[in-house]
Design a binder for this molecule. Structure first.
Ligand code: CUA
Length: 155
């Protein structure tokens, strides 16, 4: 088969870029241990309210400067609707869904996670700027999706 020299060069460049991508992804995963966050624990969505963390979800101080925030998402709200944590604290959000897929995004921060029923996400964060942050659902979950929001207060 005859291929023009330019075609061959582009094929080689494309193959090299693909190889470079695979090497970088493998290095970051296997050597530097970078993995996707979340989905570490499974739960039956019908039984989430029987789990002590999600029966009455709230902010818990687990150690000095460390907080665990249990969050239950459901159509069309977050429980608790208002979360308050101190500035600079190490915060772990433990999030699950009681029904359908929701999003858990804290606007203006790196916290942004898809919440899938059946899974419990652990999201670690630290907030250095005091203020109020909007928590929004960024996965379409039904007719009330656009009204599904919460608030994070960093004091
Ligand atoms: Cu919950 Cu959109």
């Amino acid at each position: 088969m005859h291929a023009h020299i330019f075609e061959r060069v582009w094929l080689i460049i494309g193959a090299l870029m693909l190889l470079l991508f695979l090497v970088l992804v493998s290095l970051s995963g296997f050597v530097y241990g970078k993995h996707l966050p979340g989905e570490v624990e499974q739960i039956d969505p019908k039984l989430v309210r029987q789990d002590s963390r999600f029966a009455a979800p709230k902010v818990e101080q687990v150690a000095p400067g460390r907080f665990q925030v249990n969050v239950l998402t459901q159509i069309f709200s977050f429980s608790p609707p208002v979360i308050e944590v101190p500035r600079g604290a190490e915060v772990t959000f433990v999030v699950t869904s009681a029904d359908v897929i929701h999003g858990f995004e804290i606007a203006g921060t790196n916290v942004n996670q898809m919440v899938i029923p059946g899974y419990i996400n652990n999201i670690k964060a630290r907030f250095d700027k005091p203020g109020e942050y909007l928590i929004i659902c960024n996965e379409y979950c039904g007719t009330g999706h656009q009204a599904m929001q919460g608030k994070l207060i960093v004091r």
